[in-house]
Design a protein around this ligand. Structure first.
Ligand SMILES: NC(=O)c1ccc[n+]([C@@H]2O[C@H](COP(=O)([O-])OP(=O)(O)OC[C@H]3O[C@@H](n4cnc5c(N)ncnc54)[C@H](O)[C@@H]3O)[C@@H](O)[C@H]2O)c1
Ligand SMILES: C[N+](C)(C)CCCC=O
Length: 477
């Protein structure tokens, strides 16, 4: 997608292939447009917050139903938007409507507690919405990120202004359209387009009550700084360099499948990917041979085709950035076991696409750049280890803490190891599944706050305490 200022060309005609071409142009929202969106959300908030939880629930359920019904169409738009395979985009749309359904289920049960005090007095708490919340999204899961932020926000009675990444501006508009069709008040969910400047206007706006951000660590720090000026709470869903630990007693076939899931979804552009794959020495050769065999089989090509499993990366500069990491890895002593090259699919229509072959790096060491930094592309680094204590020490030796995984048949070891891993999301004998019932979010520099799960209600609401006196005032004066 080439972004220029200009007319919004939307809806677009869905083509039957993806290469590098302009599919839409959008105007970036400036300070004035951001203010209009916030004011419109503020007006809608006044109506929405008065609705009962049951009423909000019904509307969210209707939106979930429409997403489910339009799943194939939305997935196709997402594929054009981002480049991921349509097969995967459908899974993203599933977790999106599931998220709306989940919070619809919680909307009516939001409440506080009643506390008895001496002398018949009592207190109670009310869980109240925050107001206008801002959502700012990354480009790797555009529709899913917008759904994971807006569903709990709206369920709690808030309004939201959402800014997608300028690299993937399209699919979020479908979500806005669907909320409107489902019956939310006009302006309750607004989409503004643009990059850093638009994001900054949002974070600084005096009528914005909260910012929920998904993106990189450097941008997350800037957002936290901006929000701190208005003492606005933030949720930060940031990057990672997650460890995946494969013990020799695991089911190797499953572990190989897990490692593929942990590294190659969405062209490897996944925040929680388990890119540091620690394999116990006894099974290193066998595991590596099988993982390389499976990686070579990944079908790269037109992401709109049913059997494609890897499409193009998000843009040319990111492709070059990822290939640069592989060059550096070679220079630092890693061995390319497969992939890591520019790829020009046979289909002439795809010749300008940003394709590369998925890469497995062997002979990796903890100090190498490919092992320390988030690459955000299809690059798996394999490291060997001998003991549990050693691998735990090495797995935790990072400033990131988003996710981690462990493959073993020893159930006691599995729980012992995850208890020691410094990561917000830990997988045992699987990787990168995301049931919306479970909270998702990071430790350390991977951020704070959570998405999904019951706990997220706390991040989109505030607690009011009411103290009720049943006797006379006992004044100290
Ligand atoms: N933890 C998670 O749930 C999660 C999920 C997806 C992606 N990510 C992370 O996102 C990163 C990739 O996404 P990206 O390249 O879009 O990230 P990014 O930080 O470059 O941009 C994210 C969003 O922030 C906006 N932005 C940029 N500068 C801003 C500023 N100064 N003020 C306000 N907004 C600003 C961008 O326009 C975009 O919408 C990776 O690090 C990845 O790990 C994390
Ligand atoms: C759905 N996944 C694969 C768990 C990804 C969540 C969002 C991370 O980028």
């Amino acid at each position: 997608i080439l972004l220029t200022s200009g007319l919004v060309l939307y809806p677009l005609n869905i083509p039957n292939y993806i290469a590098c071409r302009v599919i839409a142009t959008f105007l970036c929202s400036g300070e004035k447009e951001v203010d209009l969106a916030v004011q419109s959300a503020k007006a809608a908030f006044k109506i929405w917050r008065k609705k009962s939880g049951m009423e909000r629930s019904r509307i969210l359920l209707e939106a979930a139903r429409i997403i489910r019904e339009r799943k194939d169409e939305i997935a196709t738009v997402e594929t054009i938007n981002n480049g991921k395979s349509v097969f995967e985009a459908r899974l993203d749309i599933d977790t999106s409507w599931q998220c709306l359904e989940y919070y619809a289920g919680l909307a009516a049960s939001m409440g506080g507690e009643h506390v008895q005090l001496p002398g018949g007095s009592f207190g109670y708490t009310r869980r109240e919405p925050l107001g206008v919340c801002v959502g700012i999204g990354a480009w790797n899961y555009p529709f899913q990120i917008a759904s994971w932020k807006s569903a709990p926000a709206l369920a709690c009675g808030n309004a939201m202004v959402f800014k997608p990444s300028p690299f993937t501006p399209v699919s979020t508009l479908l979500l806005a359209e669907i909320y409107t069709e489902a019956g939310v008040p006009p302006g309750l969910f607004n989409v503004v387009q643009g990059g850093a400047a638009t994001g900054q206007f949002l974070c600084q706006h005096r009528d914005v009550a909260k910012v929920s951000f998904t993106g990189s660590v450097p941008t997350g720090k800037k957002i936290m700084e901006l929000a701190s000026k208005g003492v606005k709470p933030v949720t930060l869903e940031l990057g990672g360099k997650s460890p995946l630990i494969i013990f020799s007693d695991c089911d190797i076939e499953n572990a190989v499948r897990g490692a593929m899931m942990a590294n190659f979804l969405t062209q490897g552009e996944v925040c929680c990917n388990g890119t540091r794959v620690f394999v116990q020495r006894e099974i290193l050769d066998k595991f590596t041979e099988e993982v390389v065999k499976q990686t070579k089989k990944i079908k790269i090509g037109d992401p709109l085709e049913e059997d494609t499993r890897m499409g193009p990366l998000i843009n040319r500069s990111h492709l070059q950035h990822v290939l640069g990491f592989i060059e550096q890895a070679k220079n630092e002593g890693a061995k390319v076991l497969c992939g890591g090259d520019l790829c020009v699919p046979e289909d002439p229509k795809l010749k300008d696409g940003y394709y590369m072959t998925p890469c497995v790096l062997g002979n990796c060491k903890d100090g190498m750049t490919c092992v320390k930094e988030e690459i955000f592309g299809p690059v798996m680094s394999i490291l060997s280890f001998d003991t549990e204590a050693e691998v735990l020490e090495r797995a935790n030796d990072t400033n990131f803490g988003l996710a981690a995984g462990v493959f073993t048949r020893d159930i006691q070891r599995a729980h012992r190891v995850v208890a020691e891993l410094q990561a917000g999301v830990c997988y045992i004998n699987n990787y990168n599944v995301s049931p919306v019932e479970l909270p998702f979010g990071g430790y350390k520099m991977s951020g704070f706050g959570r998405e999904n799960g019951r706990v997220t209600i706390e991040y989109y609401s505030q607690l009011k305490t009411i103290c009720v006196e049943m006797g006379d005032v006992e004044s100290v004066f």
